[in-house]
Ligand binder design. Sequence first.
Ligand code: SF4
Length: 213
Amino acid sequence: MTFTQVYNKLLKHYGHQDWWPAKTSFEVMVGAILTQNTAWTNVERAIARLESRACLTPQAILDAPLSELTECLKPSGYFNLKAQRLRNYCQWYINAGELPCLSCIDTDALRKQLLMVNGIGPETADAILLYAFERPVFVIDAYTRRIFSRLKLLAGDAPYEVLQDQFETGLQTDVAVFNEYHALIVCHAKDACKKCPGCIDCCLSYICPSCKR
Ligand code: SF4
């Protein structure tokens, strides 16, 4: 079994996911920061609040009183922490020249810069790189670890960059595939390969060594 075979099966079963659900690149960035430790529906509510108060630009987020910003972010949880992280990110983003300047930086250098922003870890940085900057980096999250360790394609407790390297060398470098694959992983983790796996209805059951059918 290969990463490509799993991808093909997931795509056939679930279809295209059309990620990232956002209107602009900056909204992708905001969503990637707010989605830490919360469900996407909560992020959507927080983004809608930011938008309704004309706060969905980097400068508006920096200019907004902290109380107003935290009020907008409440639905996403950890709102004080996320307000600070969002401000850190916006300050960096503006100082770095926003999308036109950052788009000219090569992927490794841009990733290093993102990781230097307080509150931005590898998963968030890679989600921003892939979905906002359209760079070919594979996003590793808890769902990826869970599914692919059950498929015995990787060790779920291996360091982030080791797992990322396994995906990136096991697949053809293709932004569209990386985009779709991560979205399909999230979909599969919610639909079948949950904490308590639903193997009976799983589209991977015939190739999964951990299947409990
Ligand atoms: S067969 Fe079960 S353990 Fe394997 S991927 Fe499907 S749900 Fe997960």
